[in-house]
Design a protein around this ligand. Structure first.
Ligand code: PMP
Length: 397
């Protein structure tokens, strides 16, 4: 017998919360744990443009034959345009190669496996705090994790000095994980001039950026949110991007993302990509087709693309409205503490500053589920549930 001595694995800090939420019998329970967009009715509907693309695909589909290892070609070129912009030098010089991959998580894992097997870079710097799954993904692949400062709890703001000071200790060839936009969990992003500084630091210290880009379009807009990536990419010779369409196309369960490698020249990019393909072949062989076909159908049709941009803007604006309403309702519930910083944060999350104990009380006493770090998914708030949430928060403060 080989299985009997295996210990129980701990529940995932975010998805485990959803399991606990499902078992909770209380009628007015609220799940603000996992980052899933909900509309005003509390639903996560399929985007209209996705439904339209699916109708086109259903009609046009002739085969379920395998895709190539790198997935749908049209999809991969569309991804590059979204990341770098239409007429970017990197694309023109063929310095970027992209493979469709299963979600942002699958893309990050492919990146990690590729790095571990093909480079001498074994250390990855991540922000403190970062998305809970980062350590899990990269450590499982065999990378050593180090942290750089990012957030100042007292001011609820960026600690850029700490970030730069910590990264001074990085060695040439070290990898640095950067959130493209809508930093998870803090919702605080670098300014353009801070991106310039980080890009220059990568050049000076020979660090290799790995962008995790899971929320393009949820911050200020599709092009605006790519600014940081584009600023850094214009400076450094090499980088990786793992992007996801789970959120901005609402394609959570289709598992659709991509891994893009940028190298100093076409030949190196092509050779690196051949190793990425080898990694994919040994992992899941080739990606599932549906998500890639949906995204490429929408992005290659001018009308559908414009409609998608409107749908994305609606999601972005609704979250922004919920941020303002959340801050106002806390005030009207008598909360004296200043929570106005929440309206300055970007993306789906609000890093509330609530303690682990307060988070536990919210769950146990009020059925309000948020992540242990105090991260609240504002994307799950509605006009209906905000009063419930704010009353509960007022009680635990
Ligand atoms: N990176 C970050 C920062 C995320 O927040 C997420 C989703 N929660 C992902 C990657 C992974 O996205 P996906 O669901 O597409 O795997």
């Amino acid at each position: 017998m080989i299985f009997s001595q295996i210990p129980q694995a701990p529940a995932d800090p975010i998805l485990g919360l959803t399991d606990a939420f499902k078992k909770d019998p209380r009628a007015d329970k609220v799940n603000l744990g996992v980052g899933i967009y909900k509309d005003e009715a509390g639903q996560t509907p399929v985007l209209k443009t996705v439904k339209k693309a699916e109708a086109i695909l259903l009609d046009a589909e002739k085969t379920k034959n395998y895709l190539g290892i790198e997935g749908v070609e049209l999809y991969n070129t569309a991804v590059q345009t979204l990341l770098f912009g239409a007429k970017n030098d990197i694309i023109n010089a063929k310095r970027a190669y992209t493979a469709q991959a299963p979600g942002g998580t699958g893309s990050l894992r492919v990146a990690a496996e590729f790095l571990v097997r093909n480079t001498d870079s074994k250390t990855l710097w991540v922000s403190n705090p970062t998305w809970a799954n980062h350590q899990n993904i990269f450590q499982t692949a065999g990378l050593t994790i180090k942290e750089y400062g990012y957030y100042k709890a007292e001011t609820h703001d960026m600690d850029f000095d700490a970030m730069i000071t910590d990264l001074q200790a990085a060695q040439p060839g070290d990898l640095i994980l950067l959130h493209g936009c809508c930093h998870n969990p803090t919702g605080i992003d670098l300014s353009s001039s801070q991106w310039e500084t980080v890009g220059q630091l990568c050049v000076d210290k020979e660090l290799v950026p790995l962008f995790d880009f899971a929320y393009q379009g949820f911050g200020a807009g599709i092009e605006e949110d790519a600014q940081g990536l584009r600023i850094v990419a214009a400076k450094v010779p090499e980088l990786l991007v793992a992007n996801s369409f789970s959120k901005n196309f609402g394609l959570y369960n289709e598992r659709i993302g991509a891994i893009t490698v940028v190298a100093a020249n076409e030949e190196t990019a092509q050779k690196s990509f051949s190793q990425i393909k080898k990694t994919i072949r040994a992992t899941y062989s080739n990606p599932p087709a549906h998500g890639g076909l949906i995204v490429s159908t929408i992005l290659s049709d001018e009308t559908l693309r414009q409609e998608w941009e409107v749908e994305l803007a609606e999601m972005r604006q609704r979250i922004a409205e919920m941020r303002v309403l959340f801050v106002e309702t806390l005030k009207s519930e008598g909360v004296k503490q200043d929570f106005s910083f929440i309206s300055r944060q970007n993306g789906m999350f609000s890093f509330s500053g609530l303690s682990k104990e307060q988070v536990n009380r919210l769950k146990d006493e009020f059925g309000v589920y948020i992540v242990g770090s105090g991260r609240i998914s504002v994307a799950g708030m509605t006009k209906q549930n905000i009063p419930v949430i704010c009353k509960a928060i007022a009680q635990v403060l």
